[in-house]
Structure formats: structure tokens, C-alpha cells
Design a protein around this ligand. Structure first.
Ligand code: SAH
Length: 254
């Protein structure tokens, strides 16, 4: 039997947002590898082995998955959302680059998923309809001053910015520091969107102005979207506002 490795995105939460290609990779696997919390979202199958690990052990997890595939196993590594967005696909390729040459000949495939910012944007309306970027706010893997410089560049360039990993118990002050900095570069009226646990039973969506943006509106399952001057808010009676970004810019103010 020849092994393979698929790095699969489970989407943001609900089964309806798991692609048929991802479902196929999950059912064809002999071995599932991933962070416990994500593996718990995959239904159990007889004879399938599960290798759960802690959130921070990504490179070890990737090496383990590659070693299993090199031994002939059909291995599916799971990520939430899309596996290429702040997730396991990069760790797998990092392990391949540093690992035995034989790993380069393995059958490796990345199976895309719906990333959190797209699921969140769809709930809100169309906030990513104009130019946008994504930044991980986590300073576990990069220095905080670099995070701030990228935020500043994005804000000043007029990008709508999706913030992944906005806060956690270990990173309690960064998101408020980011909002304080953004208030120096952007108008106070720009919409800031908080989409928490999108696609799950406890989904929550809040939109406030930048002036009122607070880290208390977010937790580690929140995707924050900071609007730009193309971002508009349509008030609706008895329902959340629609948020969208216009597709055109009237004048170049540079
Ligand atoms: N690979 C994932 C992102 C992993 S980083 C993806 O493509 O979505 C983890 C961050 O993703 C979280 O801190 C949060 O910002 C965001 N996220 C993941 N799932 C989410 C969900 N269901 N709702 C809102 N944000 C989510």
C-alpha cells in the first residue's frame, strides 16, 4: 500500500461548510492527526486511528504525520477553516523542507476549506468586497512591533483588515493595544466587526465603531474585521446592520 498525506480544512464549524472533497479525505484516511479540539469535530470511524495533540506542537505533529505516510498510512491532518491560513499546511511544508529527502517524494495534497474571514464576511454582508488583507495578531510567532507596523501599513493603505488570533488568555492586552493604535490612523467612525464562533451553535456577531471597539467583545474564537473608508453600514429595523465595502474608490487622495 502506498501512503499519502492530505492537509484538510474543516471549515469554520458547521457540517454544511465542510467541502465534499474534505469529507472524502476524512473518510479515506487510516490515520487522523490534529489538535484535539479539531479532531473532536470529526465523526469516528471503525479502524481509523486518531493522533490528537496540543495546540502548540505543530511541527512535531507535522513530522509525525509525514512519518506515518512514509510508512504507508493514508494520513489526514486536520485544521479548522482553511489549512493554509495560519494553520497546519505551512507546518507540514516546513517539516518537509527540513526533513529526510524521501519525504519530498510523498503524495501530499492540501484540501482547501472555508476560512474564518470568508464565513464571517458572509454573515455580515460583504465587508471584504474591496481590497483587504489578513493579519494574525498573535505575537507568539512574530514580534509585537512587527504586528503594529503591519497594522499601520494596512490601515494607511486603505485595506479592510481581517484579524485572526485577536486575543487569548495568554495574550490579554494586544487587541486593545491594536485598537488604540488604529484610532491614531483611521477615522473613529470606521466599522469594526466581531464574528465569534461562526457556524457554531453559540455564534455571535457584533459591529461597533472604531471609537467603541474593545477587546472585551472578542475571545479566541473571534475573527475581527476592521473596515476601511470604503466600508458602509446599512441599518435595518429589528435586525443587525448589513456591512459592505464599496467596490470603487471615487478619488485617489494620496
Ligand atoms: N485556519 C483557520 C485559522 C486558524 S487561526 C481558518 O482558516 O479559519 C485561529 C483563529 O481563526 C481564531 O483565533 C479566530 O480568529 C479564527 N477563527 C477560527 N474559527 C472561527 C470561527 N468559527 N469563527 C470566528 N473566527 C474563527
Amino acid at each position: 500500500m502506498s501512503g499519502w498525506l492530505k492537509v484538510v480544512g474543516l471549515g469554520p464549524g458547521g457540517a454544511a461548510q465542510l467541502t465534499p472533497e474534505a469529507a472524502e479525505a476524512l473518510s479515506a484516511a487510516t490515520d487522523l492527526v490534529g489538535y484535539h479540539t479539531y479532531l473532536d469535530r470529526v465523526s469516528r470511524r471503525d479502524g481509523q486511528r486518531r493522533h490528537g495533540s496540543d495546540n502548540r506542537e505543530e511541527i512535531d505533529r507535522a513530522r509525525h504525520a509525514l512519518a506515518l505516510a512514509a510508512d504507508g498510512a493514508r494520513v489526514t491532518v486536520v485544521s479548522s477553516g482553511d489549512p493554509g491560513v495560519f494553520a497546519m499546511a505551512s507546518s507540514v511544508f516546513e517539516a518537509v523542507e527540513a526533513g529526510p529527502v524521501a519525504w519530498r517524494a510523498l503524495d501530499i495534497q492540501v484540501v482547501p476549506g472555508i476560512t474564518a474571514m470568508l464565513a464571517a464576511a458572509a454573515r455580515l454582508g460583504a465587508p471584504l468586497g474591496h481590497d483587504f488583507c489578513a493579519i494574525s495578531l498573535s505575537d507568539n510567532l512574530k514580534p509585537w512591533p512587527l504586528v503594529l507596523r503591519r497594522l499601520e501599513a494596512a490601515a494607511k493603505a486603505g485595506f479592510v483588515t481581517a484579524l485572526y488570533n485577536p486575543t487569548s488568555k495568554a495574550r490579554p492586552w494586544q487587541l486593545d493595544a491594536a485598537f488604540d493604535a488604529l484610532r491614531g490612523w483611521l477615522p473613529a467612525t470606521i466599522p469594526v466587526m466581531f464574528a465569534t464562533a461562526v457556524g457554531r451553535a453559540d455564534e455571535r456577531i457584533d459591529t461597533v465603531d472604531l471609537a467603541g471597539a474593545r477587546a472585551a467583545l472578542a475571545d479566541m474564537r473571534t475573527l475581527v474585521i476592521v473596515g476601511s473608508d470604503a466600508t458602509r453600514r446599512i441599518a435595518r429595523p429589528g435586525a443587525a446592520d448589513w456591512i459592505y465595502s464599496r467596490r470603487y474608490v471615487e478619488e485617489d487622495r494620496a
